[in-house]
Write a new protein. Structure first.
Length: 264
């Protein structure tokens, strides 16, 4: 039985992660870490009336009082790194879907995981279709180096570009010769019109109510285009990936950044 703490249980992803822990017979939710409601029980909230576990606002105290194997963190960019550091101090393995990590954060956290010989997973996207979209895009970039990424999300999202878009750009950059795209004398008449730059590729972020999580990777060549697109239509789409990450993190002794590294 794997003992889980979910951080961010009242959030859109946290809610689904709590449901996952209830549904899966080899997972047991021992507590949650919330931004508020310290000392209350999760069952005090109508949407969780059958989930009787304690709520903590201090992660450190939660891990001191509870036996925990895995932290599932689905909070905000401001807290993801701090939560991982606290988990490592307590020998707890983090599975993190929270986005907004810098390259420096990833390398600092990898060092910590290796010092403690603890598994950790940061997955910018848990949806299998999104992982395939990234892998297919990486392959396509080998042959079609002109590429732009368009990601679309709901308007409550805090970070831009999305973690998925950054990860996609990073994977593509491993295959593609560095290249500046567009006309050499191109002028942005309005700042940001050409999107964010990632080694000469452009990332465009759309934020609209009604959207969930969508990304299209557009490739252009002489007389042809290729479009690789993925849509998450609800947040249950991410949960098989969360379960896979929980199972895998128990076997790791380092940090893995991206679920594509755990799928053949
Ligand atoms: N990897 C993946 O596949 C996916 C990743 N994400 C990422 O997951 C994260 C959460 O997304 P989403 O659920 O949509 O966001 P929400 O805003 O719906 O949920 C975030 C939750 O975290 C809570 N929270 C904030 N600070 C803390 C804290 N210090 N301790 C505990 N809880 C805290 C918030 O509480 P309060 O409202 O009180 O501040 C809120 O309930 C984001 O970073 C997002 O980008 C999202 C979808 C898929
Ligand atoms: O905030 C979201 O909703 C999502 N965040 C992740 C990201 O930044 O890529 C994953 C997915 O796109 C949904």
């Amino acid at each position: 039985m794997t003992r889980i703490v979910v951080a961010g249980p009242r959030g859109k992803m946290g809610y689904e992660a709590v449901q996952l822990c209830i549904k899966e017979q080899d997972l047991t939710l021992v507590a949650v870490v919330d931004s508020k409601h310290d000392g209350m029980r999760l069952s005090d909230f109508p949407e969780f009336s059958d989930v009787d576990v304690p709520i903590y606002t201090e992660m450190d105290r939660c891990f001191s009082e509870q036996n925990v194997d895995v932290l599932v963190d689905l909070t905000t960019p401001a807290f993801g790194k701090k939560h991982m550091e606290i988990a490592f101090l307590h020998g707890v393995r983090p599975v993190v879907g929270t986005t907004g990590f810098s390259d420096q954060d990833i390398s600092d956290l990898t060092r910590l995981a290796e010092e403690k010989q603890l598994g950790a997973i940061i997955a910018p996207n848990f949806a299998i279709g999104a992982i395939l979209m990234m892998k297919f895009s990486q392959l396509a970039a080998r042959y079609m180096p002109d590429v732009e990424i368009i990601e679309q999300h709901h308007d409550q999202k805090l970070d831009a570009p999305s973690g998925t878009a950054l990860k996609t750009a990073q994977l593509i950059a491993q295959e593609r010769q560095p290249k500046h795209q567009g006309h050499e004398q191109e002028v942005e008449e309005r700042a940001g019109a050409r999107g964010a730059d990632y080694e000469g590729m452009r990332i465009h972020s759309v934020r609209l109510p009604g959207r969930v999580a969508h990304q299209e990777v557009l490739f252009g060549g002489e007389g042809q285009t290729l479009s690789i697109k993925h849509d998450s239509l609800n947040r249950k789409s991410f949960m098989p990936g969360v379960k896979l990450a929980i199972d895998q993190v128990l076997k790791l002794e380092t940090l893995v950044y991206g679920l594509e590294n755990l799928i053949d």
